[in-house]
Design a protein around this ligand. Structure first.
Ligand code: FIX
Ligand code: ZN
Length: 439
C-alpha cells in the first residue's frame, strides 16, 4: 500500500512536483516548426509563421490591445503602428507598458516570466541584452530549449487551410509538418461560418461544389476534408464559432442554415469515418464587429449557447467533441453539460479567460463537478517562447486547486498517495487528451 500523504505541506510538495514532472501535450497552439519560415533570430523571415524571440513576445496581440489603452489611436493611428518594424512596435510597447507603468497585467508578466526562466536578467529595463540572446539562437535548437523549459512534449498546431500562407506552404512542401515535435490540426472556420465564401474558394481549388449545396457538393466537400486531413495528418478537426452559433441554426439565416448542412453532412460524417474528434471553440466575436484597426487584438467575447453543444452531442453520439467557450458566463453550464455526455471533453481557459483568477475559478469548478475527467488548459501560444510562461503560470494555479482538493480528500480519511497524484496529473495534462483523440 503506497504511503499516504499526511499533511497539507506534504500534499502541496507532491502536487507541485507531479505537475512540474509531467510532460504536457499542448492541445491548441498557433505555433509552427521552422519549415513554415522562422520570423525570429539572426536572419528573420518577415513572412515566416514560426514566431519567436523578445520582439514577438512583446508585440503579441494581447499587448497591442493594452498599449492602445494608454496611447490611443488618436495619438498613434493604427496604420502608423502597423507600418512600424517589429522592433519599433516592441520599443513602443516596452516604453509604455513596462517602463512607463508596472507590467503587472498577465500578458506583460508573462513576457518577464519567460525571460526570467530563460535565465536572462529581468532587472534590466533595456531590450538590448534580450535581443542579443535571441539573435544567437538557432530556430530548431531553440524549440528544444523552450519545450524542455516548459516540459511540453508535443505541440499541436492550428493549420488554417483557408489562410493562404498556410495552405501554400503545405502545397509547396508536403514535408512541412514532418517535425515530430508538432502535430497537425485542420482548422476550417469559413466552412461553417461563411459557406458562400468557402464554396467559392473550394471551387477555385478544383472541388465541384456549389453555394446552393446541390449536385456533388456534399461528396466534393468530403473529398476536400479527407485530402487535407491526410496532408496535415490531423489529430482532430477544429473551428472557432461566434457567440451567435446555434444548432439547429436559426431558420431565417440562410448562411447559418448552409453551415448547419455542411456540419451535418460533410464535417461530422468525415470526422466519424476517420475517428477524429471535432473541436468547437465558441464565443469569439471577430474584429469586423469590434475594432478591425487592432488586427488580431480586435476580437472580443460574447455569451454563447450551451444547448447547441448539447444538441450536437446528443444527435451525433458516434462523434467526439472537444469544446471550450470564451465567456466566463458560459463555464458552469458547459461544465454541467460535460456531466451528461461522455463524447464531450471540455478543455482550456481560453484567451480572455487565461488569467490566474479565472483559471483558478474554472479549475476549481471543473474539478468539483468532473473530477479529473477534463483538460484544464491549453496555451493558445502564438509565439513559441510563450509556452514557458503560459505553462508556468497555469501549473501554479492548477497546483493550488489540486492541493486544496487532495487536502479535502485526505480529510475524509482517504489515503492520498504520491502515485495517485502523479496518475491524476498525467490524465489532466496528457492522457485525457491522448485517449480522447484516439477514441
Ligand atoms: O480562434 C482561435 O484559435 C483564437 O485562439 C485566436 O484567434 C486568438 O487570436 C488567440 O490567439 C487567443 O489566444
Ligand atoms: Zn487559438
Amino acid at each position: 500500500m503506497a504511503k499516504p500523504l499526511k499533511d497539507h505541506a506534504a500534499i502541496e510538495r507532491t502536487v507541485t512536483s507531479a505537475l512540474a514532472d509531467q510532460p504536457i501535450i499542448d492541445m491548441h497552439t498557433h505555433l509552427y516548426p521552422p519549415t513554415f519560415g522562422s520570423a525570429g533570430g539572426a536572419n528573420p523571415d518577415p513572412a515566416g509563421l514560426m514566431l519567436w524571440g523578445v520582439d514577438e513576445l512583446i508585440t503579441y496581440h494581447y499587448l497591442v490591445a493594452e498599449v492602445y489603452r494608454v496611447v490611443p489611436a488618436t495619438e498613434l493611428p493604427y496604420e502608423r503602428f502597423w507600418a512600424m518594424s517589429k522592433a519599433e512596435q516592441a520599443d513602443h510597447i516596452w516604453k509604455h507598458l513596462f517602463v512607463g507603468r508596472s507590467p503587472i497585467s498577465e500578458s506583460c508578466r508573462g513576457v518577464l516570466t519567460t525571460l526570467q526562466l530563460l535565465g536572462l536578467d529581468t532587472s534590466d529595463r533595456s531590450l538590448v541584452g534580450f535581443r542579443k540572446y535571441f539573435a544567437q539562437q538557432d530556430p530548431s535548437g531553440y524549440i528544444d530549449t523552450v519545450m524542455e523549459k516548459s516540459n511540453v512534449e508535443s505541440i499541436t498546431m492550428t493549420n488554417a487551410v483557408f489562410d493562404d500562407p498556410e495552405r501554400e506552404t503545405w502545397l509547396t512542401n508536403p514535408k512541412a509538418g514532418d517535425d515530430p515535435r508538432f502535430t497537425g490540426v485542420l482548422r476550417f472556420d469559413p466552412l461553417l461560418r461563411d459557406w458562400p465564401g468557402a464554396a467559392g474558394r473550394l471551387a477555385e481549388w478544383g472541388y465541384a461544389v456549389g453555394e446552393d449545396l446541390s449536385g456533388e457538393t456534399i461528396e466534393e466537400g468530403r473529398r476536400f476534408l479527407r485530402e487535407w486531413i491526410d496532408r496535415v495528418r490531423t489529430i482532430y478537426c477544429a473551428v472557432s464559432l461566434g457567440p451567435e452559433f446555434r444548432y439547429p441554426a436559426d431558420g431565417d439565416d440562410a448562411t447559418a442554415r448552409a453551415g448547419q448542412k455542411v456540419l451535418e453532412q460533410v464535417v461530422l460524417p468525415v470526422c466519424a469515418e476517420r475517428g477524429l474528434p471535432f473541436a468547437m471553440m465558441i464565443g469569439a466575436k471577430r474584429r469586423e464587429l469590434v475594432n478591425p484597426g487592432l488586427g488580431d487584438a480586435g476580437d472580443t467575447v460574447g455569451k454563447s449557447d450551451v444547448q447547441s453543444v448539447i444538441n450536437l452531442c446528443r444527435e451525433f453520439p458516434e462523434n467526439r467533441f472537444f469544446c471550450t467557450m470564451l465567456a466566463r458566463e458560459n463555464q458552469h453550464e458547459l461544465t454541467v453539460a460535460a456531466r451528461k455526455f461522455g463524447n464531450l471533453m471540455v478543455f482550456g481557459c481560453w484567451w480572455f479567460l487565461n488569467n490566474p483568477s479565472l483559471v483558478e475559478e474554472m479549475t476549481r469548478m471543473r474539478t468539483e463537478l468532473l473530477g479529473v475527467s477534463y483538460i484544464p488548459q491549453h496555451s493558445d501560444a502564438r509565439v513559441l517562447d510563450q509556452l514557458i510562461y503560459k505553462w508556468d503560470h497555469s501549473r501554479r494555479v492548477i497546483g493550488k486547486v489540486l492541493t486544496d482538493k487532495y487536502a479535502d480528500l485526505a480529510g475524509t480519511g482517504w489515503a492520498v498517495s504520491g502515485e495517485d497524484v502523479a496518475r491524476d496529473v498525467r490524465l489532466l495534462l496528457r492522457d485525457n487528451f491522448a485517449t480522447f483523440v484516439t477514441g
